[in-house]
Design a protein around this ligand. Structure first.
Ligand code: ADP
Ligand code: MG
Length: 770
């Protein structure tokens, strides 16, 4: 039903659009007709103007001629013309009206009637014109009559003139007779006298009569002149009136022709307009009929649709009513559903909570397990590792045989190092050996696993061991352009901490201390000369702490650099010769990493102790005295104590002698338990340092080769040398021929020198993997 309704709507819209289009077309036609009528109006206007001109011409002529009957008649005609023009205007107005009314299909009779009426009027006018023409003829006749009469008058005038001439003649003859008589009389004196007297009397009478007749004659002559003049004037008048009449006749003819032409034009235009109008009306009518038909058809379609829709509507109404009922019931239903949904959601949340709790429990267990496994792994690998690093030959080594390189490496095994000692090659095996060309970066790569374990809460110690000038400080601190482990470790810690920032909150702090002559000093404190004490935590945890040791919180590399600089400045101001001083003291950088797991609240604390040890060279042997001797004793003591502690730890002795030196005591909790230790043994490759190099390597090998088993522990216990003993054992290593050096394979069984380094490596790996 809906679709059919929509369809019908569409149909309706379409029809409306069509209707609009048709209306537009009609409007266009109307405007067309309007423009045409405007054109016609323009023409009419011009005609009007012409007519006006002509009327003016007529009036001018009339004023020239004075009003005659003809002119009056002309005036009448002009007025009639004017009237007709007005009528025409009215007709045009009507035409316009009719055109405007054309939107409604036109009923043509009114137009036709109007047309007929106009035509009637036109014929009437024509009749009138005809009448006027006849009147004009009459007038012509009149003029003719008048002319005839004038001729008669002329004739009579001639007659009277002739009579007058005769009279004159007669009178003049009498005058002559009289004069003759007078003359004859004169000739007869008495008689004549009498006669004269009579004549005189008579002549007086004659004279009077003559005078009279002369004056009469004069009068008559004057009259004749006058009459002639009048005649002349009348002739002139006649001529001019004839001319005017001819002119007028021509004008009338012209006007008539004009009128006829205009009328014809008008008729033609009207006819054309009529035709056009009829055509437009017909077209519109036919279109309207077609449209009507279409509309009718549509209507029929709509009607049938409606008929089919009605039942659908009924079902819809029914549906609507039922829906209405449902809607009325909806709030109740909704409430019920919401209640149940809420209960379900609550249940689900509860489930999720319990699952979460379970997961958290499992996670914690896994964490513990992981740590345990890690510890086990560390235990198996040995948590004390020994690396060797050989520095390059420097300018300070001088030239000649003393500066010759005595250290060589094994191409196949990066854990083996050979030292040329007294013409013989002594081999040592450590966990890893860095040749002189090894970069700071490469060294740090081997160390970074230890550093990161700090973040997991492990304590780590990295020691740089070796004689002065072997590169301890270079390895730990490095140069500004090529920093050592200290700065790289802190940088790594920062980046690691950033990586874990999503789950953990970490705080990194740094302390720097120095141990000189068994005295601990704070390198970052305000009073560096103050000796610090190491104390047990009063909380009974067995933890150690150094009251007053400054701890700087660091967040960036810039912070570290500031701290290092501060430490250096402090160290330098406290001694006269920094180089010498630093070679006699242990420098410690203690980095503490504290973390909190945001989800579990688990807390970890890891300590990274980076120790640049005092020079291991044997000063005591050269018979030093005073402060130099004391220094040497302290250094020997502390380095021996470090060896003892490491030994005790590796051999898992019950007692570890941490307290034997400040250094081991301070690092107690970083050396025990599951802590990790790295000993970086620095050696010089120069020939002149061979004996010190040998000592350092022996120390390294001994530290590394402490066996874990109880038997070897015992054996180790018996053979662990003190720092002094290291000196003593340094003798010609040729006790047993074929053995190149003090063994690197455990003290119980010195390894034969002919063992290939490859085999040694395999054995080492087996050893470390348990
Ligand atoms: P130590 O601290 O053991 O007394 P230094 O670290 O002061 O020794 O090193 C002594 C000299 O040797 C320094 O000039 C140092 O730059 C240089 N040196 C040490 N190790 C290296 C190395 N691996 N590469 C280049 N130069 C080194
Ligand atoms: Mg140094």
């Amino acid at each position: 039903v809906m679709t059919s309704m929509a369809h019908l709507q569409e149909e309706k819209l379409r029809l409306q659009e069509e209707l609009l289009g048709l209306q537009e077309k009609l409007a266009a036609q109307e405007s067309d007709e309007l423009s045409r009528s405007l054109q016609l109006q323009g023409q009419v206007e011009t005609l009007k103007a012409k007519l006006l001109e002509q009327a003016q011409e007529i009036s001018r002529l009339r004023s020239e001629l004075g009003g005659t009957d003809v002119e009056k008649h002309r005036d009448l005609l002009v007025a009639e013309n004017e009237h007709l023009r007005q009528e025409m205007k009215a007709c045009e107005g009507e035409l316009r009206e009719l055109r405007q009314q054309q939107q409604v299909p036109c009923q043509d009779c009114a137009h036709l009637q109007e047309n007929a009426r106009l035509q009637e009027r036109l014929s009437q006018l024509q009749q009138e014109a005809e009448e006027m023409r006849s009147k004009l003829v009459e007038l012509d006749l009149e003029v003719q009559q008048k002319t005839n009469r004038l001729a008669e008058v002329e004739l009579r005038l001639k007659d009277s003139l002739a009579e007058r001439a005769e009279e004159e003649e007669r009178l003049s003859r009498r005058l002559r007779d009289s004069q003759e008589t007078i003359a004859s009389l004169k000739s007869q004196p008495l008689q004549i006298k009498y006669i004269i007297k009579t004549v005189e009397v008579e002549s007086a009478k004659a004279k009077q009569a003559l005078c009279e007749s002369q004056s009469r004659n004069q009068y008559l002559q004057e009259q004749v002149g006058m009459q002639r003049q009048v005649l002349k004037e009348m002739e002139q008048q006649l001529q001019s009136s004839q001319k005017t009449a001819a002119q007028l006749r021509a004008q009338i003819m012209m006007y008539e022709a004009e009128l006829e032409r205009t009328h014809g034009q008008m008729l033609e235009e009207m006819q054309a307009m009529e035709e056009e109008k009829n055509r437009a009306i017909e077209e519109a009518f036919s279109r309207a009929q077609v449209e009507m038909k279409a509309v009718h058809e549509n209507l029929a379609g709509v009607r049938t649709n409606l008929l089919t829709l009605q039942p659908a509507l009924r079902t819809l109404t029914h549906d609507y009513n039922s829906l209405k009922r449902q809607v009325r019931n909806f709030p109740l239903l909704l409430q019920e559903t919401l209640r149940s949904a809420r209960a379900e959601i609550g249940q689900a949340i509860e489930d999720v909570h319990s699952t979460n709790r379970e997961l958290l429990r499992k996670y914690r267990r896994e964490l513990q397990l992981r740590k345990k496994c890690h510890n086990e792994l560390v235990r198996l690998k040995g948590n004390i590792r020994v690396f060797g690093r050989v520095r390059p030959v420097t300018k300070e080594d001088g030239e000649g045989p003393e500066a010759a390189n005595v250290v060589t490496f094994d191409a196949d095994d990066d854990a083996v190092l050979h030292l040329l000692h007294k013409g013989k090659q002594v081999s040592f095996e450590l966990d890893k050996v860095f040749p002189p060309q090894a970069s700071q970066e490469e060294v740090f790569q081997e160390v970074q696993a230890l550093v990161t374990s700090c973040i997991d809460g492990y304590n780590v110690c990295i020691f740089a061991y070796g004689q002065t000038g072997a590169g301890k400080t270079y390895t730990m601190e490095g140069t500004a352009a090529n920093p050592g482990i200290n700065q790289r470790a802190l940088q790594l810690l920062f980046s690691e901490v950033r990586g874990k920032a999503a789950d953990w909150d970490y705080a990194i702090s740094v302390s720097a201390a120095e141990i000189y002559n068994e005295a601990l000093r704070d390198l970052l404190g305000k009073e560096p000369q103050e000796k610090l004490e190491i104390k047990l935590c009063p909380d009974g945890s067995g933890q150690l702490y150094v009251p007053g040791l400054t701890e700087f919180s660091v967040q960036s590399v810039e912070d570290i650099n500031k701290v290092f600089e501060f430490g250096h400045v402090n160290r330098a101001t406290e001694c006269t010769n920094l180089n010498e001083h630093s070679s006699r003291s242990h420098a410690l950088l203690i980095i503490t990493v504290r973390g909190v797991d945001r989800s579990t609240g688990l807390r970890t604390t890891g300590k990274l102790n980076l120790v640049d040890l005092a020079g291991s060279e044997r000063v005591g042997r050269s018979g030093a005295e005073g402060s130099r001797l004391r220094e040497a004793q302290h250094i020997n003591k502390s380095l021996s104590a470090l060896g003892d502690v490491i030994y005790a730890l590796r051999s898992r002795q019950g007692h570890v002698p941490f307290r034997n030196s400040k250094l081991t005591y301070l690092l107690q909790d970083s050396l025990s338990g599951d802590s990790k230790t790295l000993m970086m043994v620095q050696v010089s490759p120069a020939e002149k340092n061979t004996s010190e190099t040998l000592c350092s390597l022996k120390f390294a090998e001994r530290v590394r080769s402490v066996e874990l088993g109880p038997v070897s522990r015992k054996a180790e216990l018996a053979s662990w040398p003190s720092q002094e003993q290291l000196e003593v054992t340094e003798g010609p290593p040729g006790d047993s021929p074929g053995t190149a050096a003090p063994s690197g394979r455990g003290h119980a069984s010195p390894s034969p020198g002919h063992l290939s380094s490859r085999a040694a490596s395999i054995r080492r790996k087996l050893q470390t993997s348990g």
